[in-house]
Design a protein around this ligand. Structure first.
Ligand code: UD1
Length: 417
């Protein structure tokens, strides 16, 4: 039987919590190490399951990967294997990010369609279309993305949608292409800026990092580097929501508060006092029952879809009615069925959810469908009477280092069974 968390409701979360490097950054930075022969060192890496899983993907391509504490070292050989191990690829979504670097370095790649969260359909059409515009042929064959190119050339690429993964793959292929590539309507997530920063340290010529137009002047080769992963804004926001929901007082260290501008503004509207202490620290204090606020998920700098379950959890105990709109992943509302087990007054209609806040939720056994929804259920359990069992917590372990320890240090009563 798998592990589960027992969440005893009623605690007020108070104290300080440290957040380490972002899952959605470190995995892409590990893939970027494929672009340069030699040893790349990443620091501030989170101790989560996805990091060794990504290590297995890189090993299958010929790299040596050493993980020690918060440091990951990747030694990339002169000759990479262009075929990634399917079993490893299937274990995490971010594995698809080896596609761009492999096409850049080897001019060919065979990578199995990736696994990851069950949050809705996640096609790769924009990844493939971008690689085709750089001069590669790309098809799906026998469950794998197969890409091959005589040589890569610069191109003007307009993305239909600012996809994080497509932007990263195209960027990592374009840094080694012949000539200049312009990616328009590129994703602007802080993790993309982190990737651009590392690629620049490696010798990549990129203009417009952090904006929706990335101009990449291809170079012949990149050098390995040493890089510190940015703090995980999604984990940071988790503690902010936990404080708001439990009428707590939590100081979050290790995340740039500006990566959470909209999130912290929403929490202010909900009644929290939010103070920015410095470039890596903020504090959220909630004295009364939170007020209902509406949330709309959008690409950055909009409200992140990864935080939508926390918005639903907050709305379920807020004073008033909230409307939550999910614009990225249609299946992300499935977890609302689990919230209803906990007594939430919530219903969905297409990509909208209407949540009428209740004074107190009521404990029940619930199942985590993915990382963020699983954490949303734990947050809801903190506001339920009695003991809530959250099952399938292996999802949470994929994204949150020391989750139970941090919860309990802040005064919650959460046990891993
Ligand atoms: C990344 C994050 C994920 C986050 C998401 C949106 C990682 C490992 N995961 O996922 O946590 O929720 O960004 O912020 O970093 N799409 C297409 N065709 C494509 C690519 C995407 O239609 O070729 C669609 C997707 O179905 C989705 C939307 O674009 O509706 C956004 O997806 P994308 O930004 O690519 O998300 P991921 O990179 O998969």
């Amino acid at each position: 039987m798998s592990e589960h968390f027992q969440v005893h409701g009623g605690a007020r979360l108070v104290g300080e919590v440290d957040v380490v490097g972002a899952k959605n950054s470190v995995l892409k930075l590990m893939a970027a190490a494929l672009l340069a022969e030699g040893t790349t060192t990443l620091r501030n890496c989170p101790r989560i399951l996805d990091v060794p899983l990504m290590g297995d993907v890189l090993r299958s391509l010929g790299c040596e990967v050493a993980i020690e504490g918060d440091t990951v070292q990747i030694t990339t050989p002169a000759q990479l294997n262009h075929r990634a191990d399917s079993a490893s690829m299937g274990k995490l979504r971010a594995s698809v990010c080896v596609l761009g670097p492999l096409v850049g370095r080897c001019k060919r790649a065979v990578v199995a369609l990736p696994g990851g969260d069950a949050i809705g359909s996640r096609p790769l059409d924009m990844h493939q279309s971008g690689l085709r515009q750089l001069g590669a042929h790309s098809e799906i064959e026998h469950g794998c993305v197969v890409a091959e190119a005589e040589g890569l050339h610069g191109a003007q690429i307009w993305l239909d949608f600012p996809s994080v993964g497509a932007t990263e793959n195209i960027l990592m292929a374009a840094v080694l292409a012949n000539g200049t590539t312009v990616i328009d309507n590129a994703a602007r997530e802080p993790e993309i800026l982190d990737l651009c920063t590392m690629l620049q340290q490696m010798g990549g010529k990129i203009e417009g990092a952090g904006t929706s137009t990335l101009t990449v002047h291809g170079v012949d080769a990149l050098q390995p580097t040493e890089h510190r992963v940015i703090g995980d804004r999604i984990v940071g926001a988790t503690w902010a929501f936990a404080a708001a929901m439990t009428r707590g007082d939590v100081t979050v260290r290790g995340v740039d508060p500006h990566h959470l501008d909209l999130v912290l503004e929403k929490l202010r509207l909900s009644g929290a006092e939010v103070t920015i202490d410095d470039s890596q620290t903020f504090r959220v204090v909630q004295r009364d029952r939170p007020a209902a606020v509406d949330f709309v998920t959008l690409p950055y700098p909009g409200f992140a879809t990864d935080l939508q379950p926390f918005a639903v959890a907050l709305a379920s105990v807020a004073d008033g009615t909230s409307m939550i709109t999910e614009n990225l992943f249609e299946a992300r509302f499935r977890f609302i069925e689990e919230m209803v087990r906990l007594g939430a007054d919530a219903r969905t209609d297409g990509h909208h959810a209407v949540v009428r806040g209740v004074e107190r939720l009521s404990s029940a056994p619930v199942w985590a469908p993915d990382i963020r929804a699983g954490v949303g259920l734990v947050l809801a359990g903190l506001c339920a009477d009695g003991m809530t069992d959250v099952w399938d917590v292996f999802h949470i372990d994929r994204g949150y280092p020391l989750f139970v320890e941090n919860m309990n240090r802040l005064g919650a009563d959460v046990r891993r069974i």
